[in-house]
Ligand binder design. Structure first.
Ligand code: FAD
Length: 386
């Protein structure tokens, strides 16, 4: 008997789950809120680690295609002091494949590939388990559809999560304002040299600036700082009014004031930024678990949102690949007929792994945006040596 399986969310977790399940011959519906794959900018580059994201791609049969697309040279990392002095300048070996970078849009297209049943523009509002028809999925347009198993891979503000857990994300105390530069090699050659093939990071007191090269000469710049959630109501003190986050020039001058005194080439990253996106960092509790609910589970950020220190997409993808493999091989293929046993066992494994990474990334964020910038350098050295 075929089970009706749906995954809510077409991000790294949901698409990897669907690709691996389909590879094992089982149909799955991907319910995605965005009206089309390119409906919004896909975001910056991701580094996919050997034992995590790359392992998931291997399970999806996509490792060779990933290796052809990814940028091993993007692992390069330079750290500057706020006066522009180079403190660290790390380059990967030519054969280094531990954490190559890939653009999110490229990863999405790779995972989408030949998926049979991706339903765009399907915004889920809530999920009700235990009805006579199975798990009932409610959509924003008023429609409903029943499934036997619903996987919530719908990110930080998951609409599936309330079906299993009352917990919601909390603010970490660190905010990021993101901007970007295009055609950096031709339009900003000095900045292109500063950034190199990978990233450049500058750490100050309770703030940092990080610029990261994506493919095609595109660069994402992240200004991160410790601040209360309503920081923009206070930043623009000189003008004695609130900072309007939609006003590009007001945000630029607010950030230049926040990073005042830093080396001119570093501040040029903000001076030339095109637009600014405000992104406060939220996370779920380090050990977020729940009492198992038959027919519903969570993956990726929906289950274990944590500070963005290079683990979230990796874990999301491995969650998706492992759950799909468990469902396909342990229950359906063996003829037991009940995917729920596989889900229950998977949840225990996911919680243990995510808990370890949540501890690492929470402690890492404390050090990277810290009152003592030496902590950030120590964190970099620790990661490079481990
Ligand atoms: C600045 C930054 C840099 C990062 N860098 C890295 C990195 O280098 N490496 C790394 O491993 N991680 C990184 N991360 C973390 C990573 O982006 C996330 O952990 C990852 O995207 C989680 O994947 P996901 O599929 O669980 O959720 P998401 O990527 O959030 O995908 C969720 C999907 O669900 C859809 N959706 C949401 N709500 C609904 C709904 N109600 N109905 C239907 N669909 C819905 C969304 O449109 C989206 O497509 C970074 C994060 C940030 C903010």
């Amino acid at each position: 008997m075929r089970h009706r399986i749906a995954v809510v969310g077409g991000g790294p977790a949901g698409l990897t789950f669907a690709r691996v399940l389909q590879r094992h011959g089982h149909p799955v519906a991907v319910l995605e809120r965005d009206p089309a794959p390119d409906a919004r900018p896909p975001g910056g580059t991701l580094d996919l680690q050997e034992g995590l994201g790359q392992l998931a791609l291997d399970k999806a049969g996509l490792l060779a295609e990933f290796q052809a697309l990814s940028r091993p040279e993007g692992q390069a990392m330079r750290i500057l002091d706020t006066d522009g002095t180079v403190l660290r300048d790390w380059h990967p070996r030519p054969d280094e494949r531990a954490n190559p970078e890939i653009d999110r849009g490229q990863l999405r297209d790779l995972l989408l590939g030949p998926l049979d049943d991706v339903r765009w523009g399907r915004s889920v509002t809530r999920v009700v388990p235990g009805t006579r028809d199975g798990v009932l999925v409610h959509f924003a347009d008023g429609r409903q559809e029943a499934f036997d198993l619903v996987i919530g891979a719908d990110g930080a503000w998951s609409r599936v999560r309330p079906a299993v857990s009352p917990v919601t994300p909390h603010y970490t105390g660190v905010t990021s304002v993101e901007t970007s530069l295009d055609e950096v090699d031709t339009r900003h050659p000095a900045l292109a040299r500063l950034i190199g093939d990978g990233s450049v990071a500058v750490y100050g007191v309770n703030r940092s600036l990080v610029a990261q090269r994506n493919s095609g000469g595109h660069v994402k710049v992240y200004a991160k700082f410790r601040a209360p959630l309503g920081w923009h109501a206070k930043l623009d003190l000189d003008l004695n009014r609130n900072l309007d986050l939609a006003d590009v020039e007001a945000v630029r001058s607010g950030l230049l004031a926040l990073f005042d005194g830093w080396a001119a080439p570093v501040l040029d990253l903000l001076r030339h930024g095109a637009a600014f996106v405000h992104r406060p960092f939220y996370s779920l509790p380090v050990s977020h678990t729940w009492t198992h609910v038959p027919g519903v589970t969570l993956l990726g950020d929906a289950a274990h949102l944590m500070p963005p220190l290079g683990a979230g997409a990796n874990l999301a993808m491995l969650d998706g690949a492992e759950l799909a493999e468990s469902i396909a091989t342990e229950s359906i293929a063996s003829g037991s007929g009940d995917p729920d046993e596989a889900v229950r066992a998977f949840e225990e494994r996911m919680w243990a792994r995510a808990g370890r990474w949540a501890q690492i990334t929470t402690a890492g964020l404390e050090r990277l945006v810290s009152p003592d910038p030496a902590e950030a350098i120590a964190q970099f050295d620790h990661v490079q040596l481990s």
